[in-house]
Design a protein around this ligand. Structure first.
Ligand code: DQA
Length: 145
């Protein structure tokens, strides 16, 4: 089984970007931890981070993953195009946010993804990615899979 991890704009700055909201973990350390977890479950983890909307769309179009974990970052609140891409390939996904978007500015309260996600995790920092991965692996390998 294969899981595609998609990280949107500015997440390459994790570690130095607004640590009060996003914590001190770097994206590299988050992805490395996830790869370790995935490998020990015999699951392949493919990762893309991009600041460009079309690159995220192209990665979603071209993946052969069975499941997607996505933090669309600011595109959460703006991108009909990424929503349509993920619906177009019909791959189930979990939406992750490091910060609790509901405790922040009103423009962060709406997501173009949440109504189509298997589940949404926000506010738990880097742990949220691990929890999403665990849940994705359970779905791919669980008794009902
Ligand atoms: C974010 C929340 C978004 O509102 C913001 O634009 C981000 C990161 C998060 O992980 O908390 O870039 O998706």
């Amino acid at each position: 089984a294969k899981i595609l991890l998609v990280n949107g704009p500015n997440l390459n700055l994790l570690g130095r970007r607004e640590p009060g909201h996003y914590g001190h973990h770097t994206l590299d350390s988050i992805v490395q931890n996830m790869k370790n977890t995935a490998n020990s479950a015999d699951v392949e983890l493919e990762h893309i981070q991009s600041n460009a909307e079309h690159e995220l769309i192209d990665a979603i179009h071209s993946t052969d993953a069975n499941f997607i974990i996505i933090n669309p970052a600011a595109f959460t609140h703006t991108s009909v195009a990424i929503r349509d891409a993920i619906l177009g390939v019909a791959i189930p996904f979990i939406e992750v946010h490091l910060s609790n978007v509901h405790a922040r500015e009103p423009f962060r309260h709406h997501s173009y993804f949440s109504d189509k996600a298997v589940g949404v995790i926000c506010g738990l920092g880097a742990d949220g990615y691990q929890f999403a991965l665990k849940s994705a692996i359970n779905r791919l390998q669980g008794p009902s899979a």
